[in-house]
Design a protein around this ligand. Structure first.
Ligand SMILES: Cc1cc2nc3c(=O)[nH]c(=O)nc-3n(C[C@H](O)[C@H](O)[C@H](O)COP(=O)(O)OP(=O)(O)OC[C@H]3O[C@@H](n4cnc5c(N)ncnc54)[C@H](O)[C@@H]3O)c2cc1C
Length: 455
């Protein structure tokens, strides 16, 4: 069997190992000491709704999982990787799934003389970060979150639920500015304020002092904790040193192979396909599925068309399909600041090419279905999809209605299962952000039985 070595044992790597189980000999080399876990749910652990054990990811039997194993170098001529402990591992095919690394915002006084973050300052990327922050919460009353993106909103909600006074500082003019427009950002800010979080937009943190975090607008926020969530960049150092083409991410072709070396591949946050890096689980898992097929001898291509971002945070609902802020098309939108909802479709030649939903995700299944299948809609349909308090028709009833955005699973696939365990095992639905779990339970409870189908 082909020997596939994967650098990284994160969300893309484990999904690849599951897909390849029994079809290749897979080795996962992960530098974290903890067994693989669902990174999306770290904020749920911080919030206290999930135990650490419950976010573990299942690694199939037969996979050679090595923890605390940091790869220092790729030796392409020898087809080997060198680990920091001096050992070497040979491969027939190598997959880089190294994820991303948080970027440090330019704030003076964040870092101590020994290069580590100040006592009060926290990153939030790994389970170790989560444990460290969790331990600090017990003695804290106030927290400032630097960065108003998806991660910042998750952390703010988690700390707020834990009873801390939370404040978000976002340098841009609105929250979630990489994904949504100003109207949606304003609705989110209003929701957060209602839930007890203070939001500063258009303000940059510039200095950390004993008195607190100093902003460029003159305010000083007195705080016990500062959490840095101001973005990350693909982890590409290994690939760069090995001479592979790297722009923002490791550049791969439609087969997810490096454009320089067909035995090397990249998936997940570290990969760049068609000029784009992603940073979310749905594309990482889709890439893992495509690459598994190719490594097992298939010829599926990755189109990179489908990008879905869904926020996992208590009492904040956001879903984004495609890149609605940077995609050309006619915009159809409905905003209700009183209800706290914003729905927007970008439509080109009758086809939905992007969408944003804030505050009400009841239409997400149906809209995703149209988006994925590139259905041509009549002139009145986009408006009808967005209007009213109920979806134009129940989203989850059609078999091809998407139910799980993370794993790309439709209602038909759920109905084909007889239990939640079987759903998890065979489709991976509910194993990502978990947002689809209520719909999955409802579909299982109402699925036609064999007798029911016959009568
Ligand atoms: C707190 C948090 C919340 C998130 N919430 C969401 C969400 O709600 N929805 C969503 O879609 N996405 C979310 N994301 C993003 C999502 O987690 C990532 O897109 C996903 O984990 C990407 O998978 P990956 O395998 O590429 O990277 P990762 O899961 O980050 O795994 C990469 C692994 O490789 C390891 N590694 C790196 N270099 C080496 C090396 N040299 N040797 C060995 N190992 C190495 C890293 O330590 C890491 O364990 C969130 C991320 C975070 C941090």
């Amino acid at each position: 069997m082909k020997k596939v070595v994967v650098v990284g044992a994160g969300m893309a790597a484990v999904r690849l190992a599951e897909e390849l189980a029994g079809r290749a000999h897979v080795t996962l080399l992960g530098d974290e000491v903890h067994p693989p876990y669902n990174r999306i749910l770290l904020s749920a652990v911080l919030e206290g709704t999930h135990a650490v054990d419950s976010i573990a990811m299942r690694v199939p039997e037969g996979v050679d999982l090595r923890l605390g194993a940091r790869v220092a170098q790729l030796d392409r001529p020898a087809r080997e990787v060198a680990l920091t402990d001096g050992s070497r591992v040979r491969y027939d095919a190598l997959v880089l799934a190294t994820g991303s690394i948080p970027t440090l915002p330019p704030i003076r006084g964040l870092v101590r003389l020994d290069g580590r973050l100040q006592e009060k300052v926290h990153a939030f990327r790994s389970l170790d970060d989560c444990h460290r922050l969790d331990a600090a919460v017990a003695d804290a009353r106030r927290a400032v979150i630097v960065g108003g993106g998806l991660l910042g909103l998750q952390v703010a909600r988690a700390l707020s639920v834990r009873g801390l006074d939370t404040e978000i500082v976002e340098g841009g003019d609105h929250l979630l500015r990489s994904q949504v427009d100003e109207k949606a950002g304003r609705i989110l800010a209003r929701d957060l304020r209602r839930l007890g979080t203070t939001v500063y937009t258009g303000a940059r943190a510039v200095r950390m002092t004993d008195a607190g975090l100093v902003l460029d607008n003159g305010f000083t926020l007195d705080t016990d904790l500062v959490v840095l969530t101001a973005g990350g960049r693909p982890s590409t150092a290994l690939a760069r040193r090995a001479g592979l083409t790297v722009r923002r991410g490791i550049v791969v072709d439609d087969g997810l192979a490096s454009v320089d070396d067909a035995t090397l591949h990249a998936i997940g946050d570290c990969a760049e396909h068609a000029g784009r890096t992603t940073g979310f689980v749905p594309p990482a898992w889709e890439q893992a599925g495509v690459l598994a097929d190719r490594l097992a001898g298939g010829d599926v291509s990755y189109s990179g068309n489908r990008t879905v971002a869904r926020l996992r945070a208590t009492a904040l609902d956001v879903a984004v399909l495609g890149d609605p802020e940077r995609t050309d098309g006619e915009v159809v939108e409905v905003t209700n600041p009183v209800l706290g909802t914003h729905r927007k479709l970008v439509v080109r030649e009758g086809v939905i090419v992007g969408a944003t939903l804030v505050g009400d995700l009841s239409r997400i299944g149906l809209i995703t279905q149209h988006y994925d299948h590139a259905r041509v809609l009549g002139p009145a349909e986009p408006g009808a999809l967005l209007l009213g308090d109920r979806p134009a028709r129940p989203a989850a009833t059609a078999d091809d209605a998407e139910v799980c955005a993370c794993a790309g699973v439709d209602a038909g696939a759920i109905r084909a299962c007889s239990s939640l365990d079987q759903v998890r095992e065979t489709t991976h639905a509910t194993t990502g952000c978990g947002g689809c779990a209520p719909t999955v339970r409802q579909l299982l409870a109402t699925r036609p039985t064999l007798e029911g189908t016959r009568s």
